[in-house]
Design a binder for this molecule. Structure first.
Ligand SMILES: Nc1ncnc2c1ncn2[C@@H]1O[C@H](COP(=O)(O)OP(=O)(O)O[C@H]2O[C@H](CO)[C@@H](O)[C@H](O)[C@H]2O)[C@@H](O)[C@H]1O
Length: 492
């Protein structure tokens, strides 16, 4: 099969969070299975060019219709750790992707509406006719619409669209101008509730809703989240739309790329290990303590890695720091906040805790350091308010770092409580789970984890090794995506 992935991120060259990991990991798995995969991405000025090999011009003067005129783009091609990626670079005063950031601009909706249009034009003009176009998140939600309403008539009638939602919270909104710019026009048609009109704001078009309505198959990133999104407020207003389209909607648990996230071969950590050489994990713990100037004492290290925003339960992350310190543990945080208020709060916290030898807060994005933390910490806490899948707990498991998670979304599908999970025998359990989003609930799980480390170290070690035995690679989800692709190719 010939599959094109279109997304706003692909790790490690463009990574703001988990979306990038998934786009890369899934593409790699599909190629291993013998499919031909290409990626189309924006050419941001701030992406990690050091991860691209052989960047060269692939298409000159791609003319992309925009607002009745056209914007000329160049398309460059390069290999990102073996994956063929096409980077679209528009030449216009809008400077869509030369802003020193991936997201967070006032005109994000227009930036990615343009990217979506340009990606389709590139496929059309370069005569690429993939079997499946796989789009991700709100940034590419308009692609299935344009494919069905426009490009189908220009010679792309056999291309099928699969759409994956990684985060319902960010849906992308536009207005009439989006229709004018992309050439979709016809507001009276698209502003209908069974098309793009937002379910709650009658004056807005919703990009994510567009992707759901117009794609041949829609997925989100775990079975439990698929259920939550359809039946509760976690769908952020799209529950009804998902319900209407439930026949083509399902949850597929993300995988982890074990070539990249694997303590046995990880080149960013000083001491490689696996479950048979688990004790070498301790060398990484020492290295982590040294690197972050933590007190070199035999204490458990609790870590948090992730974006710092309300989704991630920042109030509980904050509480976890102080609770760990109170229980005599150490705490390491690696995170970045885009919201100024949350950023200021953690900057303040960092200053306040600066002289404490048992805690380190690293505010910013640091891929290399994240590997050392996964390898060096004993536990990783994921207290999310909602979590479509969550990668950090799965990476933690692979590194023998015991997850302590809130039982929501994909965390429910991946972490099984050592003491209370009744569905699995004790030797299959792999972490600690709590359910409410208050301090007491967090403490109930963190307390059990830290106590086990302190008072029954052998049992803690066993639990960590049980976690390492789980296979959360792309092997199973890769097969599930292929089944979906096959289904949409033959059904429609
Ligand atoms: N400051 C930092 N420095 C270095 N690395 C950092 C970092 N902050 C985060 N990371 C890394 O980024 C990834 C984050 O994974 P998450 O599952 O938390 O994704 P996120 O919530 O962004 O994405 C959404 O998409 C993913 C993928 O579908 C879903 O798993 C998730 O639930 C959904 O919210 C991990 O690889 C982590 O190590």
């Amino acid at each position: 099969m010939y599959i094109v992935q279109i997304a706003s991120e692909c790790a490690p060259v463009i990574k703001a969070g988990g979306l990038g990991d998934v786009v890369y990991g899934l593409s790699r798995e599909l190629e291993i299975r013998g499919h031909c995969v290409e990626l189309i991405l924006p050419k941001y000025d701030c992406m990690r060019y050091d991860h691209i090999w052989g960047l060269h011009e692939a298409y000159r003067n791609l003319s992309v219709p925009w607002y009745g005129g056209a914007i000329t783009c160049s398309v460059e091609c390069g290999w990102v750790h073996g994956r063929v990626c096409f980077f679209i670079e528009p030449h216009s005063q809008d400077n869509f992707f030369n802003r020193g950031c991936y997201y967070g601009c006032d005109d994000d909706n227009m930036r990615f509406a343009f990217f979506s249009k340009a990606a389709l034009e590139f496929l059309l003009q370069s005569n690429k006719r993939p079997d499946v176009i796989h789009c991700h998140d709100w940034q590419t939600g308009l692609i299935p619409v344009m494919l069905h309403e426009m490009y189908k008539y220009y010679g792309m009638e056999y291309q099928r669209a699969c759409y994956t939602i990684h985060n319902f919270k960010h849906q992308g909104m536009g207005g009439v101008e989006t229709l004018q710019a992309t050439g979709l026009n016809r507001p009276e048609y698209y502003f209908q509730y069974d098309k793009l009109r937002d379910n709650f704001n009658p004056f807005a078009l919703n990009f994510m809703k567009a992707g759901i309505v117009y794609s041949n198959a829609v997925t989100t990133v775990s079975p439990n989240h698929a259920w939550e999104a359809r039946t509760s407020e976690i769908g952020c207003g799209l529950g009804h739309t998902l319900h209407l389209h439930q026949d083509k909607f399902q949850g597929i648990l993300n995988g982890i790329d074990y070539d990249f996230w694997n303590p046995e071969v990880d080149r960013y950590i000083p001491s490689n290990y696996n479950k048979d050489t688990f004790d070498k994990k301790f060398d990484n713990k020492k290295a982590l303590q040294e690197r972050l100037l933590l007190r070199q004492e035999d204490k458990p290290i609790v870590a948090y890695i992730g974006r710092l925003d309300n989704q991630k339960g920042v109030h509980l992350v904050h509480h976890a720091i102080y609770y760990a310190l109170n229980k005599g543990a150490q705490f390491v945080l690696l995170g970045s906040a885009t919201e100024p208020g949350i950023n200021a709060q953690f900057q303040h916290e960092k200053q306040f805790l600066n002289n404490n030898p048992d805690v380190h807060l690293e505010l910013g994005f640091n891929e290399e350091l994240s590997h050392l933390i996964y390898a060096g910490a004993d536990m990783i806490v994921v207290p999310s308010n909602f979590e479509p899948c969550g990668l950090t707990q799965m990476i933690g498991l692979k590194y023998g770092t015991v997850p302590i998670v809130r039982g929501v979304g994909g965390l429910v599908n991946t972490v099984f409580d050592r003491n209370y999970d009744e569905n699995l025998p004790p030797e299959k359990r792999n972490g600690f789970v709590f359910y409410q989003s208050d301090n007491a609930a967090l403490e109930s799980a963190m307390g059990r984890a830290i106590d086990l480390w302190n008072y029954s170290p052998e049992e803690f070690r066993e639990l960590a090794i049980q976690g390492m035995e789980y296979d959360y690679s792309w092997n199973i989800p890769g097969g599930e995506y292929v089944e979906i692709y096959d289904w949409i190719r033959h059904k429609w």
